[in-house]
Write a protein that binds this ligand. Sequence first.
Ligand code: XMP
Length: 506
Amino acid sequence: NVLILDFGSQYTQLIARRVRELNIYCEIHPFHKIPEDLSSFKAVVLSGSPFSVRGEDAPHPDLSNIRGKLPILAVCYGAQYFAHFHGGEVAPSNIREYGRANLSVIKDNEVLFENIKENSQVWMSHSDTIKDLPTNAVRLASTADVLNVAYRIDGEETYAIQFHPEVYHTTDGKQLLENFLVKIAGTAQSWTPGAFVDLTIHELREKIGDDKVVLGLSGGVDSSVAAVLLHQAIGKNLYCIFVNNGLLRKNEFESVLHQYKDMGLNVKGVDASARFLEALKGLSDPELKRKAIGNTFIEVFDDEAHEISNVTYLAQGTIYPDVIESVSVNGPSVTIKSHHNVGGLPDFMKLKIVEPLRMLFKDEVRRVGKELGIDKDLLGRHPFPGPGLAIRILGDITEEKVRILQEVDHIFIQGLRDWMLYDKVWQAGAMLLPIQSVGVMGDERTYEQVVALRAVESTDGMTADWVNLPYEFLQKTSNTIINRVKGVNRVVYDISSKPPATIEWE
Ligand code: XMP
């Protein structure tokens, strides 16, 4: 197990992902909340930081329980931290130290740089430079412009590097992390999907025993993987509920329900479309629509959960990015990142929570799903928002609008699949706009609705860019939509990035 101390860098999660890619388990903790019991950790990585060590508010953690006791790799801020506070000197740099650089000198026979050759490309991002190394330091590498790019402290296993090994553009970054974690710290590379499945099933059995668990399935990757894991752990004591809110994709409820049953899950499909539609009546404000859907879901779910006697646990598909406590850049206070899945427990359901995926990143959830034998179509599905088509129909919702959008969306998504584009896109969908435009069909004037198609590439939905879909595909899709979907006479393609535009239009 590796401890990653977060100093607020935008790359902290990337460090964790790189470590996990080496099949090594790691956890991220804020620098001011170092776990008291360090016995399970074999190595520590200090992240970068937006702070300057020379600033008044610079994080100055007490590392006395760690330093000299566990191997440390200090990245960027950490490298400057040791220099500034332990006998060296950090000063503003005269030249810019951002982006690409190449290691021009690497000290011979240093384990940290094993299998890394001079000239290797590294990625820098800092405005201060280390003028003098801390006490007892040995320089390990330089670039043409920066003398003290990497060093270690003699007599302890403390290593510091000024560049970011976690970013893709540092060519040998993964090798360096492996050198540190495996060769220096002796960490085992045993964190595999198979090991996770075995361990988690064992832990779930221990924790849950013969109690009953209820879980809401959404058709998405996270809840599906959580369900299969729990099913393998406790079998029929897992009760799954899959609610049709009437705002899903065309045929989705039936086909996904069928798939779940095929997987052997104990699942009940609840068609509550009418109840959701009723709750949405007359609402056009996006946040009010979200609230109405959220509340209705809780009501429906609660009704269903009451049908099962003696339930003890509520299972959720929460994943690690929703759990990590992030370090606020604006001061020492912490903010907890809250997302759709977190804190979803209504007061009136006094159930204990079980979250089997809470330590996994999304790509790991997919790998675990594959290990569990879940269909790859299900694992590769695009994200789909909880409020579904309701936030893609701008303005108020009617049954007719839902039907129109389902048809349009179906043509678009099926087209992406037929053209082998589906897996190249992170998320795609159609928006029904609250405007009509004039058209001509045959000799008739039409005055019908406009739909916008959106397809984006992204890694986490936080930032995204529109996808350059082939013109022929867009042409064909637009044609099919206008010919087949009554009520639509115009199709546009959204070419906005996020930021500033969001992925959903509402
Ligand atoms: P935005 O529109 O904020 O979307 O760029 C980012 C990601 O979040 C999804 N999204 C939601 N998911 N409930 C959800 O479960 C919501 O209310 C919601 N709003 C946006 C969106 O589909 C995209 O993947």
